[in-house]
Design a protein around this ligand. Structure first.
Ligand code: HEM
Length: 476
């Protein structure tokens, strides 16, 4: 059925991308400038602890060795750089010295040359094509769709005493992104996408260290399932595109419509990859941050009450109508503080791996070409240099109007910065504010704080069973 020449899983790195310098192997460690870090001979043991819990591993490295440290994983040199200034250098000031690193190479197997995984010159071309639907002018129409879908969804909670919060948030955010960006009105693909994404996300993270890709074509069921999931997702994306073409409505101005009108500038394979990229990046991240936000509020009744009060006072909620994007933003000061603080402690994207293309100096540290460089939202956003009581969830710190502007650049970067900054930041904030306010207006929610299960995104473990009570009853 398809006009698509190939699948991402089998496509080599395009020739027009920058060449990646050879990695620095452990056997050459004596030739490298000395940096603080564990003994290179512990490499194999460290690799296991890294795979077991990567955010915890990186935090321990920072605590033990400071804001710059070197360690060997899979016998290759990795340098963790955790100061705000280093983050700024890697993401903005010297961004051209880096390409995306471990994890993204695995992600390419599923998302191909979509915006998350592509490199220059394809990246800039795609980013220019895809930016218009995310301009503020378009957000009002998205907010209307989001408002309808969130209300439909939470109305189904009426009469229930509990819900599984994590899958509920995944379903709402997946339906939102599917309808806003691709005009999909039915939830026909939701279960299939959720199932295959689950497998892909697990494999991307678990097999991210270099060397494991050699098992991709083995008969090991773990790796076979990875390829099957990638192919199923590609099937779905191709069907979505072909259905749109067959419906003769390619002129519409949603993201899929815009990409299809640009077929002279972008191949069908790349359109498929962008559809998959937006489905993945556009729902999983937001769903996780919402699950964590409700969980933190369960342990902080004052914050839950303040959010409910903000919801009750919003004019558009009182009048039971759709807000504009600007009105939503203006009526959600505390909801935004809840989101900011949740994005600080439980950032959905908790590490941004890069590879140095050339020798460079990052916040005073010599980084050789070929080194893997890790910056981590999870580590930097918990440093007491920048945040008082850094491990305490305290949304009120964001209510101080000077707090955010007093942070040094690079200290808080849940959406990254520079040319690879998240394309969907405003979209994500709009849907998150809406969901927080509409749920808080209607329900009191309560759950036990889940454990973290860091995968490609920083997830809560399990389905997060959550007690719900209609508000009138909750506050009797
Ligand atoms: C709370 C929710 C979200 C968070 C925390 C988040 C965070 C991020 C981060 C950190 C990156 C950069 C990754 C890297 O290069 O290391 C990124 C990239 C991206 N995000 Fe998001 N994201 C969120 C929601 C969304 C949504 C809703 C969409 C689309 C509807 C989206 C679309 C993208 C795209 C397309 C990129 C690649 C941009 C590029 O490289 O040009 N994201 N996101």
């Amino acid at each position: 059925m398809t006009t698509y020449a190939n699948r991402a899983f089998d496509t080599p790195r395009p020739a027009e991308y920058p060449g990646i310098p050879a990695p620095i192997f452990r056997r050459n460690w004596r030739t490298q400038p000395e940096l603080p870090g564990p003994n290179p001979l512990l490499s194999d043991w460290l690799t296991l602890t890294f795979i077991r819990n990567t955010p915890q591993f990186l935090s321990k490295m920072q605590k033990r060795y400071g804001n710059t440290c070197a360690f060997y994983l899979s016998r290759r040199l990795f340098i963790g750089v955790f100061s705000a200034e280093a983050v700024h250098q890697v993401t903005v000031a010297q961004q051209h010295n880096f390409v995306k690193g471990v994890g993204f190479a695995r992600m390419r197997k599923v998302l191909g040359e979509g915006l998350l995984t592509n490199e220059e010159p394809i990246h800039l071309n795609h980013r220019r094509l895809m930016q218009p639907p995310f301009h503020h002018g378009n957000l009002d129409s998205y907010v209307a769709i989001m408002h309808k879908l969130v209300n439909e969804h939470i109305n189904k909670w009426d009469g229930k005493s509990s819900v599984n919060l994590a899958p509920e948030m995944m379903t709402i955010t997946l339906e939102i992104v599917s309808q806003c960006l691709f005009g999909l009105e039915s939830s026909k693909y939701t279960a299939q996408i959720a199932h295959s994404m689950e497998i892909a996300i697990d494999r991307i993270e678990r097999t991210m260290l270099p060397g494991l890709e050699r098992f991709d074509k083995s008969a090991l069921s773990y790796f076979v399932a990875f390829e099957e999931a990638a192919n199923q997702l590609a099937d779905i994306a191709e069907e979505i595109i072909q259905t749109r073409i067959a419906s003769n409505t390619t002129h519409s101005d949603d993201l899929l419509g815009i990409l299809l009108q640009m077929r002279d500038h972008i191949s069908m394979e790349h359109i498929r990859d962008e559809v998959l990229t937006l489905i993945l990046s556009g729902h999983e991240t937001t769903a996780n941050v919402l699950t964590w936000a409700f969980s933190y509020m369960s342990n902080n009744p004052q914050a839950a009450a303040d959010l409910a009060q903000e919801a009750d006072q919003a004019q558009w909620i009182k009048e039971k109508r759709v807000p504009t994007f600007a009105e939503l933003e203006a009526s959600s000061t505390f909801a935004t503080a809840v989101l900011n603080e949740t994005l600080r402690l439980a950032p959905p994207v908790w590490v941004s791996p890069r590879i140095a293309l050339k020798d460079c100096v990052i916040d005073g540290t010599q980084v050789p070409a070929g080194a893997h460089v890790l910056i981590s939202q999870f580590v930097t956003q918990r440093l007491d240099t920048y945040f008082t009581q850094p491990n305490t969830w305290n949304p009120y710190r964001w209510m101080d109007p000077h707090f955010e502007s007093s942070l040094p650049r690079g200290a808080y970067f849940p959406f990254l910065a520079g040319s690879r900054k998240c394309l969907g930041e405003s979209f994500a904030l709009a849907e998150s504010r809406l969901i927080l306010l509409l749920v808080a207006h209607k329900f009191h929610t309560s759950n036990t704080m889940p454990k973290a299960q860091p995968r490609t995104t920083y997830r809560a473990k399990g389905v997060v069973p959550t007690a719900i009570k209609a508000r009138s009853k909750a506050y009797e």
